[in-house]
Design a protein around this ligand. Structure first.
Ligand code: HEC
Length: 109
């Protein structure tokens, strides 16, 4: 009966991965549909991100973010902030509007 356990575990794993992708997507869509405010994004950045990335995003513990939008697409930038996939950078869960403002700021660095 081991194969049955393995099969069930596999099906559950696929189910959760699919659900995760589906859950993440509407948030990205919502953020991308909003008009970001760069100045507000800068304030959010300085409060939440500057400890690691520096007040002007030139880099401290975290890397410099200058021209980061040339390396990463909008949705990659959103994923970077909300996923928590690259420790020690923590996982953030900003409101969609806050994320849109932050994205606007990151894009003009
Ligand atoms: C605790 C320190 C820390 C904080 C706070 C932090 N980061 Fe980071 N960040 C990092 C580190 C370390 C990396 C490099 C991760 C890696 O790729 O391994 C990183 C990577 C990034 C990258 C990708 C850089 C690239 O060149 O691809 C972006 C974009 C980013 N951070 C944005 C932010 C934003 C926006 C915030 C605030 C909401 C933030 N970070 C808060 C530490 C931090």
């Amino acid at each position: 009966m081991l194969w049955a356990g393995v099969a069930i575990a596999f099906i559950l794993a696929v189910f959760f991965v699919v659900r995760h992708v589906q859950a993440a997507d509407p948030y990205v869509q919502e953020v991308l549909a909003l008009q970001g405010d760069r100045d507000r994004g800068q304030e959010i950045f300085q409060m939440n991100c500057a400890v690691c990335h520096g007040m002007e995003a030139h880099g401290e513990v975290g890397p410099s973010l200058l021209s980061v939008s040339a390396r990463k697409s909008k949705s990659k930038l959103i994923q970077q902030v909300v996923s928590g996939n690259t420790p020690p950078m923590p996982q953030f869960q900003p409101e969609a509007k806050d994320m849109a403002d932050l994205l606007k700021y990151l894009e003009q660095l």
